[in-house]
Design a protein. Structure first.
Length: 185
């Protein structure tokens, strides 16, 4: 029971880190990254379909994304989907594919994005702390029910805290990497 609480908490903390990585992957950093198009959906024959299911996304140059539809008739729908999304890049349509040129970021914009990265990382830390709180509540509930002795309670609380500290360090490292990517060219 006690091991299950710790294992569950560690698993949920790891998922919070992975969610942070996915979220930070969608933030534009001044170079081409196909994951910035992950949230784009396209009206494909009446159904909202993720862009990566209707087109291939390649990076022919460091600052260029090339979106090539599998079905050429969907090109205009894909262009419309990109324009309606929050990507903030206008695609260039050459009749067979779309080119998205990632603009050079200004220093001011880089600092704004770095703040956004920090805010997103803070949300990740909050998620980790929520998992910690849930695990601590479970441990205290087990102690109250007589499942654990006082020594077991302290040991389990220490294990939960160590797992939390490790997850927070992981979140900080992920955020620092993304911030470095944003602030350098």
């Amino acid at each position: 029971m006690a091991d299950q609480i710790i294992t569950d908490a560690q698993s949920r903390m790891k998922k919070a880190e992975e969610a942070l990585k996915r979220e930070l992957g969608t933030i534009r950093a001044g170079r081409a990254n196909a994951s910035i198009l992950n949230r784009v959906t396209v009206d494909y024959y009446g159904a909202q379909t993720p862009l990566n299911q209707v087109a291939s996304i390649t990076i022919p140059e460091p600052r260029v994304l090339m979106v090539t539809p599998y079905d050429k008739s969907a090109l205009e729908d894909i262009e419309k989907g990109i324009l309606e999304s929050d990507v903030g890049i206008t695609p260039a349509n050459d009749g067979t594919a779309l080119r998205l040129v990632i603009p050079q970021l200004t220093e001011e914009r880089r600092k704004e994005i770095a703040k956004q990265v920090k805010a997103t990382a803070e949300q990740g830390k909050v998620a980790v702390r929520n998992v910690r709180r849930d695990a601590m509540d479970s441990v205290k509930k087990g102690h109250k029910n007589g499942d654990y002795t006082d020594d077991d309670l302290h040991n389990l609380e220490d294990q939960v805290q160590k797992a939390t500290d490790k997850a927070i360090k992981g979140v900080d490292a992920i955020a620092a990497d993304k911030e470095k990517e944003v602030l350098t060219d």
